[in-house]
Design a protein around this ligand. Structure first.
Ligand SMILES: *[C@@H]1O[C@H](CO)[C@@H](O)[C@H](O)[C@H]1NC(C)=O
Length: 232
């Protein structure tokens, strides 16, 4: 069981009106052009690493590998880098851990959709109960107006909360941040998580805004945002 030391903040969070960045950001569609440079909100240019060019083919194996490669590229860049998940694209991901420390700022820009793999085998050996985990990163921004879909249905069905005769298994959190410093999470939709939607643990300098969290009323344990040992 999850310790109840977490503070559940909000199930749906639509706060503050200070979001102004994305509107001024160039938004390459990633379809035909491979944008190498992107204007950041402050007007400086940033390197762009587009996952589409790292071998993603729309299946969990190739997509997970593409994200892994793209992350390594972005995280090891010595200049601020945008890791771009292009609009109108959908990627299937197994459990992934985006690890720091990185050499410079990374802006993980989700314009398209990330979906959790529906193949139970992809979750075998999942030890840490996370689907998408960002850990040990300074100056990370995750945003983009896109969607993170946890495909929780397969987990909810087997939950002991739905059927007391089935053994309790632990389902993963959709989006987790662990030991991040100067973290911005904004303008994203997180839906249908197997378990809680967003978790912040041991993070400092956190700014989270414009997050929409959606799951069916009857889905078990799909809390919104858990915050533990973290501060703004
Ligand atoms: C993070 O930002 C701080 C403050 O701007 C800077 O001092 C530090 O070097 C940055 N670290 C990385 C990894 O970008």
């Amino acid at each position: 069981m999850a310790p109840l030391t977490y503070l559940l903040l909000l199930v749906t969070m639509l706060v503050s009106n200070n979001f102004h960045c994305l509107g001024t950001m160039a938004s390459p569609d990633g379809e035909r052009v491979n944008p190498a440079i992107m204007k950041s909100p402050s007007g400086s240019t940033q390197k762009v690493v587009n996952v589409q060019y790292y071998g993603a083919k729309g299946d969990a194996d190739s997509d997970s590998m593409a994200f892994d490669k793209a992350w390594k590229k972005a995280c090891s860049s010595s200049t601020p880098t945008v890791l771009l998940i292009p609009k109108n694209k959908r990627y299937l991901l197994k459990p992934v851990n985006f690890r720091g420390p990185c050499k410079s700022k990374v802006s993980f820009t989700i314009m398209g959709t990330l979906e959790a793999s529906r193949n139970q085998e992809d979750w075998d050996g999942m030890i840490s109960r996370h689907w998408i985990l960002f850990s040990n990163i300074d100056n990370l921004t995750v945003r983009g107006g896109g969607t993170i879909n946890g495909n929780g249905k397969i987990w909810w069905r087997g939950s002991c909360k739905m059927d007391a005769s089935t053994p309790c298994i632990s389902a993963p959190t959709a989006l987790s941040f662990n030991s991040c410093k100067n973290l911005r999470v904004e303008n994203l939709k997180v839906m249908d998580s197997p378990r809680m939607h967003i978790s912040l643990e041991k993070c400092t300098g956190v700014d989270a805004s414009h997050l929409t969290i959606i799951a069916p009323t009857e889905s078990p344990n799909t809390d919104g945002i858990h915050i533990t040992h973290s501060r703004t």
